[in-house]
Design a protein around this ligand. Structure first.
Ligand code: DP6
Length: 309
């Protein structure tokens, strides 16, 4: 049977999308700014099928390993696929296979690359079958409705998303090395969609839009100026802001573990003693993302107990 494929990257937000003004279509409360992780990808293959419904199957091929999707996860993926088919004029049924070249569901934003790849693969099918034609921004906005952060994966290396606007940001910067310190490879207990639902209950949510908007502008300027020390400071404040929202929500929850704290404190100490260091951020998970990290930091004895990818 004929098949259609796409592979799309993940992204890491330095200014976080956290909180929605419309959770039906994933409109964010505040602007976010991300760096596209072109080495962390999800591959989706769509094969025309005679079955009465669309079905999902794991894709385990080469470097790509299928996520362990719950029934809810499969249903969510299939729901987005039905939405895409309706938007792009496809009526056939398909077998959808997906797999990523990195561990899923542990703060590495696998939903971003998965939904982006599903959107792109469906577009590739629709181009050939129904003659659909859409630009990247429109595709990103369709993808957003499956999972918000996936819309930023369509633009590389820097992307800004605010409301219905998603675009490439020119920071005149070379690509920056990215690493993740894996402190926890288990599936997280509170999904990011649930985190979005809970954070407005925090008293700290007041002023969040203003803080994120201001940090976003300051961070773009710092990156344009290659002022990595300022960028570190802004990103540090931003991920703590988000994690403080988690902890002070009702009911409160959290992802930070002793090991996460150990890694981020090592990074701060490294800045203090070397005058340089990595830009650090954490998503809704325990793992620690490092951008532009000096090799000296990656090789620190304190990090030797962790897997770094
Ligand atoms: C903490 O895009 O996963 O990673 O729109 O409900 O699918 P849904 O949420 P999702 O949220 C990502 C939240 C975050 C921060 C970010 O990537 O900006």
């Amino acid at each position: 049977m004929k098949s259609f494929e796409a592979s799309m990257p993940s992204n890491i937000a330095l200014i976080k999308y956290m909180g929605k003004t419309d959770s039906e279509v994933n409109l964010p409360t505040n602007p976010s700014l991300s760096y596209t992780l072109n080495h962390l990808k999800t591959q989706v293959r769509l094969s025309l099928s005679d079955l009465p419904n669309d079905t999902w199957e794991p894709l385990n091929e080469g470097a790509f390993v299928a996520p362990k999707l719950s029934k809810f996860g499969v249903d969510r993926f299939l729901k987005h696929f039905r939405f895409l088919k309706a938007q792009l004029g496809l009526s056939q049924n398909f077998i959808i296979q997906s797999g990523s070249n990195f561990p899923s569901d542990c703060g590495l934003a696998s939903s971003a690359s998965s939904f982006a790849a599903l959107t792109m693969a469906t577009f590739n099918a629709a181009k050939e079958i129904s003659g659909s034609d859409l630009n990247l921004k429109s595709l990103a906005m369709l993808s957003r409705q499956g999972s918000g952060s996936s819309c930023r994966s369509f633009f590389s290396p820097w992307c800004e998303w605010e409301g219905e606007r998603v675009e490439l940001v020119d920071l005149s910067l070379e690509t920056l090395p990215h690493n993740v310190v894996i402190v926890e490879a288990e599936k997280k207990k509170i999904s990011s969609s649930e985190a979005h639902r809970r954070v407005p209950s925090s008293l700290l949510f007041r002023g969040r839009v203003e803080r994120a908007t201001q940090r976003c502008e300051l961070l773009k300027s710092a990156l344009i100026d290659k002022d990595y020390s300022k960028a570190f400071e802004l990103c540090w404040a931003e991920f703590w802001d988000m994690h403080a929202l988690f902890e002070t929500s009702s009911p409160g929850f959290g992802y930070m573990t002793d090991k996460s704290l150990k890694v981020i404190n090592l990074a701060r100490d490294y800045w203090d003693s070397h005058g340089e260091g990595p830009i650090v951020t954490m998503d809704a998970g325990a793992n620690v993302h490092l951008l532009n990290s000096p090799q000296g930091f990656i090789k620190s004895p304190g990090l030797s107990e962790f897997t770094i990818i």
